[in-house]
Design a protein around this ligand. Structure first.
Ligand code: ADP
Ligand code: MG
Length: 243
């Protein structure tokens, strides 16, 4: 069974086509990078996966649940970190998590246990009482990751999670998500426009102008282009590559 299956997904904002016949599947417990330049359609895909927008064409299946026919059980298996932060800066780290847990109907007792566990996993236990406004960008992202994992999803979606961070924090966050993925067997879909966030062992999806122009193992794709993933990316996303 796949962690996620996207089937023939197309989406348009009015007359503007943002995704065109996108299909792929993610294996459980894998780190998959969705790489694409600005405007490729990454955030639109995340918005469809999280049901921010209704599906127009195609289907999305999470685990065995279709977003069309079983949206609630499908969404329950998803955790998401959006491109724009949605934390309340004036609430503490813990308050942000508890607020989210309440929204999702977690029982009080369970909430306490889950908040403790996720704060520990993100290395934030000591900061639980601090207002989010006082945290740096990397730590704020970790709060969002803790929040996304509170209900123990099987698939974590991150939309340009490292944007705006300095290079060291960017690398640390990417590494952190990789260890979560490998140690806890959480499937990850990591979207980025930055090639250096893709590792050779990753599953790689390349999106360009709303089309999936490559999917497979990053190293296999790299081999097809003389061992140079940068060359592959440039070749697949130069403007002539779209049809
Ligand atoms: P990415 O996240 O890869 O940068 P987006 O999914 O944000 O790409 O955008 C894909 C395309 O859809 C772009 O051409 C963008 O201008 C367009 N688009 C995104 N959001 C909207 C919107 N709310 N209304 C109209 N067009 C949009
Ligand atoms: Mg985006």
């Amino acid at each position: 069974m796949s962690a996620l299956e996207v089937r023939d997904l197309s989406f348009a904002y009015g007359a503007r086509e943002a995704l065109r016949q996108v299909s792929f599947s993610l294996a459980p417990g894998r780190f998959a990078a969705l790489l694409g330049p600005n405007g490729a359609g990454k955030s639109t895909l995340i918005a469809l996966l999280t049901r921010l927008y209704d599906l127009q064409r195609g289907d999305i299946v999470v685990g065995e649940c279709s977003l069309r026919t079983a949206p609630r059980p499908a969404l329950r298996q998803l955790g998401v970190v959006f491109q724009q932060s949605t934390l309340d800066l004036d609430l503490s780290v813990e308050q942000n998590l508890r607020y989210h847990a309440a929204l999702h109907g977690l029982a009080r007792r369970q909430t306490g246990l889950r908040v403790d566990a996720e704060l520990a996993r993100q290395g934030l236990t000591e900061r639980r009482g601090e207002r989010v406004r006082e945290l740096n960008g990397g730590h704020r992202r970790r709060v969002e990751i803790a929040r996304a994992l509170l209900h123990e999803p099987r698939l974590l979606l991150l939309d340009e999670a490292s944007a705006g961070l300095d290079p060291a924090s960017r690398l640390a966050l990417n590494q952190h998500i990789r260890s979560l993925c490998h140690e806890q067997q959480i499937s990850v879909l990591w979207t980025t426009h930055l090639l250096d966030e893709v590792h050779s062992g990753d599953d790689l999806l390349i999106l360009h102008q709303g089309r999936l122009v490559a999917s497979g193992q990053a190293d296999a794709l790299s081999l097809e282009h003389g061992g140079n993933l940068g060359a592959a990316f440039a070749h697949l996303t130069h403007s002539g590559a779209s049809r």
